[in-house]
Design a binder for this molecule. Sequence first.
Ligand SMILES: *[C@@H]1O[C@H](CO)[C@@H](O)[C@H](O)[C@H]1NC(C)=O
Ligand SMILES: *[C@@H]1O[C@H](CO)[C@@H](O)[C@H](O)[C@H]1NC(C)=O
Ligand SMILES: *[C@@H]1O[C@H](CO)[C@@H](O)[C@H](O)[C@H]1NC(C)=O
Ligand SMILES: *[C@@H]1O[C@H](CO)[C@@H](O)[C@H](O)[C@H]1NC(C)=O
Ligand SMILES: *[C@@H]1O[C@H](CO)[C@@H](O)[C@H](O)[C@H]1NC(C)=O
Length: 336
Amino acid sequence: MNSLMKFFALLLLFVFSPLLCSNQNYRFSGRNKLFVFGDSYADTGNTKTTDKGAWAFPYGITYPGKPSGRFSDGHISTDFLAKLLRIKLPVTYSKKDDVDMTRLQYGMSFAYGGTGVFDTMATYPNMTGQINLFEQLLGNVYSPSDLSSSVALVSVAGNDYLYFLSTRPLYEIGSFIEKVVNQIEVNLRRIQTLGIKKIAVPSLQPLGYIPHFANGSPIIKALVNDLVKHHNGLLQKLVAKLNNETNHSAFTIIDYYNTFLTVFNNKGEIPGNKNILLFDTPFIECFKIDLNEVKNSTLCDDPRAAFFWDGLHPTQEGWKSVYTVLRKNITAALTN
Ligand SMILES: *[C@@H]1O[C@H](CO)[C@@H](O)[C@H](O)[C@H]1NC(C)=O
Ligand SMILES: *[C@@H]1O[C@H](CO)[C@@H](O)[C@H](O)[C@H]1NC(C)=O
Ligand SMILES: *[C@@H]1O[C@H](CO)[C@@H](O)[C@H](O)[C@H]1NC(C)=O
Ligand SMILES: *[C@@H]1O[C@H](CO)[C@@H](O)[C@H](O)[C@H]1NC(C)=O
Ligand SMILES: *[C@@H]1O[C@H](CO)[C@@H](O)[C@H](O)[C@H]1NC(C)=O
């Protein structure tokens, strides 16, 4: 009798397991649009092709094999996050009129490389401007019920600090960090008010270890890492405050800071980490750009063995490692 029941139980499992599996595909069905705001860490192709930059060789050599407007050799954060959410890559705002309407169902990216919460460049919209672009689509492209299952990725502030460090006196940095986080608060509240349900904000990566700083003055490097810690502390408090106010976990921090360090150290403490390549020299970029003489720029043999692609941005393999470490936490935060 007992063994007969076991048999039936197994049979049921066998018959229904394809159903169980395909059900998993719908785990995010209540949350299947991704809207992306921010900078080159998230931009999948909004900048103008005439800008060169991410639209020039050798960007995109790993994927899709030619430049795609991503600031890397291949896939970046947005690609890996969309994959975790089990949706196709959201279309870029700049391509929205060139694609089939059905492509808009996965959300949209308003992120532009080089931008910040404040004005860091003249060409592209700051975060306020990016949210304006999103707002203009509400009511015609996206209805409120479309947003009942939406996630925002808000990748921001790196450029605000890079711009600050190259234009302002250092003693102003403390008050500037507060200004940046206050502006992030304004932006996050607005994104939520416009109807996005889950809002993921990456903490600032350890900027002192990006090749741009890592191989320079130790004093600047230390200062930059302190700046980042201060920023991340304020960001954490902000997110706790916003969640407490709204009385649910609408906001979540994606912990780039500790995850980048984990990948650099490759300590293997975090589940999933075992798949991660050991990067021999994580602080050296694969594509070394010579600003004085472009033809003197150099490209490493294998971008898959490098964490950093250029002086500022991770390679596809770098991003993959980061999202492998983060996978469980992101899934938990965006599904509850
Ligand atoms: C964002 O850009 C707009 C348009 O250029 C500008 O008016 C506004 O002051 C900027 N916002 C911030 C917070 O810098
Ligand atoms: C959450 O909000 C309540 C009421 O506004 C306040 O008393 C409490 O201190 C807040 N907690 C945190 C962690 O901010
Ligand atoms: C959230 O709402 C529940 C039920 O209304 C309440 O019991 C709880 O104390 C609230 N939590 C916070 C942090 O305000
Ligand atoms: C570029 O490389 C050539 C040959 O190695 C060298 O002579 C020249 O000085 C380099 N130019 C710059 C601007 O570094
Ligand atoms: C995941 O979340 C737990 C609990 O908040 C935290 O202790 C851990 O550091 C997080 N891991 C990563 C990789 O962010």
